[in-house]
Design a protein around this ligand. Structure first.
Ligand code: NIG
Ligand code: FE
Length: 425
């Protein structure tokens, strides 16, 4: 197979170029760099030319002659979609809790009674490495078929040193084996285990003094995340855990103001987190502080949808100058979806974002949220050749025909990994 790939003549080639050094904010989130009759040429997994098809053919005919060709006529090509917040490595499912919530029980009531995150933790602890690998592998296939080429993957269903490491080792192995790229986040502070309910400080001590050093020593994560929420970790505890992670080179992320307004956005700004996630109940002050401190807001409307809660105020956040990314939050409790396209639909229909903004939020801004925008998130010369081709005639169709999978062909590092809706192995 040729190491040159020629994606030819897209109705719209959406480059999202020009935002690799800083995330797109305000009006810049609408600048998605559409090239009509656009083509892109890559060699050895890197983009070498982008532009109008005629120009590309004029300049690169010799290379094109030896290239593998993907005809994009009548279709839309974007940078490979990036899902910057997932809890994808887990065992089991929690449809019983879904049924309970439909009867009126709340997410936190279920968790405080030993279900929720604790239920998935039990299942994940009991699973062998291979079982965890297999169950996650199936989900990754579905994400790939949905046009996702890179994800962030959190631990946090192990909650002991042994099992947190197991989760991160599974993510590492899947990153090596699967076509989707996984970037790992350590989230030992995802919940206070039931055994430590009356003494959370003892658990925090284990996270800081036992788990963090081992994760860093084994080089198993890039980020450190904590669930800052009433009844889970306080803003002060979250701050301490995130500061401790920094000493080991782990960059801070934070689950903030998901269920209650709790000072999470403010803590994100104070600790200079790369991103704060959820923000359903972020205060105006918190939004302002995040904008001023360049903390990216990773919004997860699938969680609001599934928990039947109010959505994050994306419009206000973008207009206040916060950079916004979108993600699935894929997990078995609060957002069991694998479709970033549905999240884009929700971004438009429930959070007042424009069809252009949701594309920026799932490409270049998502890349910034996982600190990889120098390499992925836009179609620009020198970057990884990651593309998703959608079977739609223009980008508006993506959020117009909602709840469907429009991904037709997916390319990761110059290799066609999904063709006509099927994984190529
Ligand atoms: O982002 N809020 C904490 N963590 C996940 C949910 C995890 C679960 O319910 O299993 C979230 O919503
Ligand atoms: Fe989450």
């Amino acid at each position: 197979m040729s190491n040159v790939l020629y994606i030819k003549n897209a109705a719209e080639l959406i480059t999202v170029s020009g935002h690799s050094s800083k995330p797109a904010k305000k009006e810049a989130m609408s600048e998605i760099g559409i090239i009509e009759n656009g083509s892109v040429l890559s060699k050895d997994g890197k983009i070498i030319a982008v532009g109008n098809d005629e120009e590309i053919r004029k300049e690169h005919q010799v290379l094109i002659d030896e290239a593998q060709v993907v005809d994009a006529t009548g279709r839309v090509v974007t940078p490979g979609l990036i899902d910057p917040h997932t809890h994808i490595v887990y065992a089991g499912t929690r449809e019983n809790e879904y049924a309970m919530r439909l009867q009126g029980k709340t997410y936190m009531e279920i968790m405080n009674a030993g279900g929720g995150i604790h239920a998935t933790t039990r299942a994940t602890q009991q699973a062998t490495f291979d079982e965890l690998y297999e169950q996650t592998n199936v989900r990754l296939d579905k994400m790939l078929l949905n046009g996702i080429t890179t994800i962030e993957a959190k631990s946090g269903y192990g909650l002991t040193t042994e099992h947190e490491l197991k989760q991160l080792e599974v993510a590492k192995k899947l990153n090596e084996d699967h076509q989707i790229e996984l970037i790992s986040t350590f989230m030992g502070a995802h919940a206070v285990p039931m055994d430590y309910k009356d003494n959370p400080e003892e658990f925090i001590d284990i996270v800081i003094n036992e788990m963090l050093p081992e994760v860093a020593e084994k080089n198993l994560a890039v980020f450190n995340d904590v669930f800052c929420e009433a009844g889970v970790f306080t803003p002060e505890q979250s701050y301490r855990i995130l500061e401790a992670g920094k000493k080991y080179g782990l960059k801070p992320k934070i689950h903030a103001d998901e269920i209650e307004s709790y000072g999470g956005a403010e803590t994100a700004a104070k600790v200079k987190a790369v991103s704060a996630e959820h923000l359903l109940r972020a205060s105006d002050k918190g939004i302002q502080m995040m904008a001023e401190n360049d903390v990216i807001g990773v919004l997860l409307p699938g969680t609001a949808f599934f928990l039947m809660a109010d959505y994050a105020e994306a419009r206000k956040m973008i207009d206040s100058g916060m950079a916004v990314a979108l993600s699935t939050d894929a997990n078995p409790g609060s957002s069991p979806t694998l479709s970033l396209q549905f999240i884009m639909n929700l971004g438009c229909l429930e959070m007042g974002m424009t069809p252009e903004e949701v594309i920026t939020a799932t490409t270049i801004n998502a890349a910034h949220a996982i600190d990889a925008a120098d390499r992925i998130g836009s179609i620009e010369v020198g970057k990884d050749a990651d593309f998703t081709m959608f079977d739609v005639k223009n980008h508006l169709m993506l959020s117009y025909q909602y709840g469907m999978n429009h991904a037709h062909t997916v390319v990761k590092r110059g290799k066609v990994v999904v063709s006509e809706g099927h994984i190529s192995r």
